[in-house]
Design a protein around this ligand. Sequence first.
Ligand SMILES: Cc1cc2nc3c(=O)[nH]c(=O)nc-3n(C[C@H](O)[C@H](O)[C@H](O)COP(=O)(O)O)c2cc1C
Length: 261
Amino acid sequence: MKTLRLIYFSPTGTTQKIIREIGKNIGLELISENNITKSNTEIDSKIDDNCLTIIGMPVYGGRIPLTAIETLQKLKSNQSPVVIVATYGNRDYDDALLELNEITTNCGFKTIAGAAFIGEHSFSSDEKPIAKNRPDKEDLVKCKNFAQMITAKLNETDINSDLDISGNYPYKKRGQIPGEFHPTTDIDKCDLCGICAEKCPTNAITITDTVTTNGDLCTFCCACVKYCPHEARIVDNPTMNAIKEKLFVNCSERKEPEFFV
Ligand SMILES: Cc1cc2nc3c(=O)[nH]c(=O)nc-3n(C[C@H](O)[C@H](O)[C@H](O)COP(=O)(O)O)c2cc1C
């Protein structure tokens, strides 16, 4: 194995941080980093035979986000090795890693390792923190440990790709939060800078002399909320507040990364 390629979908940046940290600690030359967060991102779909690919995805409702799957499915590998990583917000990753394994296998990859890491929940706030500031220092050490396990495995003569990845078939049914509950803008705090529109993976936000959000396109990734420099993007409606409260009450106990090697 000579080179390394990183591919990730990461609206609020936690998956990106984890994948970069793992990649940094593998002694291979990084030839490309593909952030596929924006819908319709064009990437080179051909994977070199002597390249290790690391793919990172956040968990949405125990599954891989639909908008990311469209891009992932275009990848074509000829049995080159892949490491799959699911990042979840301290509730559960359910069937996401298993689903990611199926997607990459269908692209022709051979999965040599998998991991579930924890990232600050997209719905976390200062009032109701959920996995706040994760991945933290301890998580980053675990990224390094995982990278060492991968390196050791790559040096084996007969690399086993028969991993016992956690998850169930049939996969958990996808949930859908009704679009009407999308984040909104407090126009008194907003200076129309457009960062929310730029960060939105599905281009659901339009800036004119005000900010309009298309609820049908919103995936509730909360990138607009996390990246707004003025805290003008807010999620404040009874449905979303109930979800946030439930997560805060039930998912505050720290979970730790898991490895499948
Ligand atoms: C729509 C949606 C659904 C989510 N579902 C789950 C879930 O089922 N389990 C969980 O633990 N976290 C869940 N999360 C939290 C994300 O997996 C977590 O915040 C992740 O770190 C986000 O990755 P990113 O920073 O790369 O965007 C969900 C987040 C969103 C936006």
